[in-house]
Design a protein. Structure first.
Length: 255
């Protein structure tokens, strides 16, 4: 039996695990409950996929958007849908492409494992497997994911230093205190530096809803951020018409 000495017991606290299964409701329920017992501080979500492939894809996408899982357990054999194709679809989706995926399957041939990993799975477990093994694989995969996606707390933006935890934007000895919304928006822009941050993505992440009122509110915060950066011509917060905003730093502009 796995003991807490073998892994970090706090790693999955508050995390959501999406279990995309090929069982009927009863089989999936039993497996999901067992995982939930082993990981009581996490939440296991196990929706029943529709038989029609397009409807299954839609439900999976909707579930990911609403539940925002931290890790996916994906069966290879699904009703009328290939887990391999589903894995490839997840990897192509900009909002889901970085999620860790563990594929579960009875296929144990070497080429099957290669196909699963090539489709984008981070790990591949062949059935039958023990719940202890699954638990350790979940912790191993998620530990690597967290390490690879560890975010910096400060960002250098031209001559400015943005401290996300402290909500400050500093240039020399001048410190500008940011509101939580300004800081959240600037953080998303920094994480997408040089790339377009789409309006709907920012609105849902920061304001929870993509509404006209929230969109106007975001425009106000963008204007305020532009004013802060006005002292450094190398920093530009561009409007990408009909799409969103892009934070760029032209290193030669300030010289």
């Amino acid at each position: 039996m796995v003991t807490t000495d073998q892994y970090n017991p706090n790693l999955m606290v508050g995390k959501k695990i999406l279990y995309v299964h090929g069982f009927g409701s009863s089989g999936a329920s039993g497996t999901a409950k067992t995982i939930q017992i082993l990981l009581p501080s996490a939440e296991v979500i196990a929706p029943d996929l529709p038989l029609h492939p397009a409807e299954a894809m839609d439900l999976l996408h909707q579930t990911c958007q609403t539940e925002k899982p931290d890790l996916i357990l994906l069966d290879w054999m699904l009703p009328n849908v290939s887990g391999i194709e589903l894995c490839k679809t997840i990897r192509k989706n900009i909002g889901l492409c970085n999620l860790p995926i563990i594929m579960l399957t009875a296929r144990d041939a070497v080429m099957d494992k290669v196909s699963g990993l090539d489709a984008g799975a981070d790990d591949y477990i062949t059935k039958p497997f023990s719940m202890d093994e699954l638990l350790m694989r979940i912790h191993a995969v998620y530990s690597r994911y967290e390490l690879a996606n560890e975010k910096p707390s400060t960002y250098q933006i031209g001559s400015f230093t943005f401290d996300s935890p402290r909500h400050t934007l500093t240039k020399g000895d001048k410190v500008q205190k940011l509101t939580s919304k300004e800081s959240d928006l600037l953080l998303m822009l920094c994480e997408n530096l040089g790339n377009t941050l789409e309006r709907p993505v920012a609105l849902k992440a920061i304001w929870d809803e993509d509404t006209y009122f929230n969109a106007r509110s975001m425009d106000v915060y963008v204007t305020k951020l532009r004013k802060y950066f006005a002292e450094d011509p190398s920093v530009q917060l561009l409007n990408v018409h009909g799409v969103g905003f892009k934070l760029v730093v032209n290193e030669t502009a300030g010289n």
